[in-house]
Ligand binder design. Structure first.
Ligand code: F6R
Length: 241
């Protein structure tokens, strides 16, 4: 695992977006695994700029998102479907048929999980972008998720619901479940690119940087990946000795 410490969110976003730009310049039909949340927003803003400057195109790019809330219609402003369109897809030339986001609207969630998992088996993701939860989660794989887990429906921990409350009017409105790629799916990407900023990520980053590999802190699985890059700002790195 390659750990890069940078000054702040802006520099983290720049470094990560240059890695993605370089991939898209080299491989115009690359397949990207994408994340939502606060961490990738700066990266997406940079990618939009590169697209506008005609440095890259997404015409032949395919994307697969990590996760989606259950119980929220795709049209809800806080669904990850809406998030991705608002923050990236509506500003680039990606084809809607090349965008894949777990669909968790419907009565048979198990069938929807299997459908997304089957898609992932054929996806051959070149680079998977990841954020990290304060408790070390990746995707919505909370602590003690088996590393062998594939796409599944997760009951969100109260900590994660509280962390995400800022996007909703009240805690009651935060969904209780989400559909997420499992850790096994995430590990199948050729390259993992994890970004983290801010003090509240410092403990999880300390565990990741220690070389530990433990289901108690899901992100530590990156230590077993042959091509994992972790870019963190000074605050997120503040507990690394
Ligand atoms: C989002 C996701 C989550 C977030 C994590 C960090 O698709 O899978 O694991 O990456 O919760 O969220 P932020 O970036 O908002 O701190």
């Amino acid at each position: 695992m390659k750990l890069i410490v940078v000054k702040d969110y802006e520099e983290m976003s720049l470094k990560a977006s240059l890695i993605i730009k370089e991939l898209l310049m080299r491989k115009k039909d690359a397949t990207l695994g994408l994340a939502t949340g606060s961490s990738p927003i700066g990266i997406y803003q940079n990618l939009i700029k590169y697209y506008q400057n005609k440095e890259i195109s997404f015409k032949d790019v395919k994307t697969y998102n990590l996760d989606e809330y259950c119980e929220l219609p795709r049209s809800h402003p806080e669904s990850y479907y809406s998030f991705m369109h608002r923050n990236l897809f509506s500003s680039i030339d990606i084809l809607e048929e090349n965008v894949h986001i777990p669909c968790s609207e419907g009565s048979d969630l198990q069938a929807l999980c299997k459908e997304y998992n089957d898609l992932l088996h054929q996806a051959d993701i070149d680079l998977q972008l990841l954020g990290i939860g304060a408790n070390g989660h990746i995707g919505f794989n909370e602590p003690n998720t088996p590393f062998t887990q594939e796409t599944w429906v997760v009951k969100l921990t109260e900590k994660t619901r509280l962390d995400n409350q800022r996007f909703f009017n009240s805690l009651d409105e935060v969904p209780t479940h989400a559909m997420t790629m499992g850790i096994k799916n995430i590990m199948q990407a050729k390259c993992l690119l994890l970004v983290a900023s801010g003090k509240n990520k410092a403990l999880a980053i300390k565990r990741l940087a220690s070389g530990e590999v433990s289901e108690e802190c899901p992100a530590t699985i990156l230590n077993n990946h042959p091509n994992a890059i972790v870019i963190v700002d000074e605050e997120a790195a503040s507990l690394i000795k």
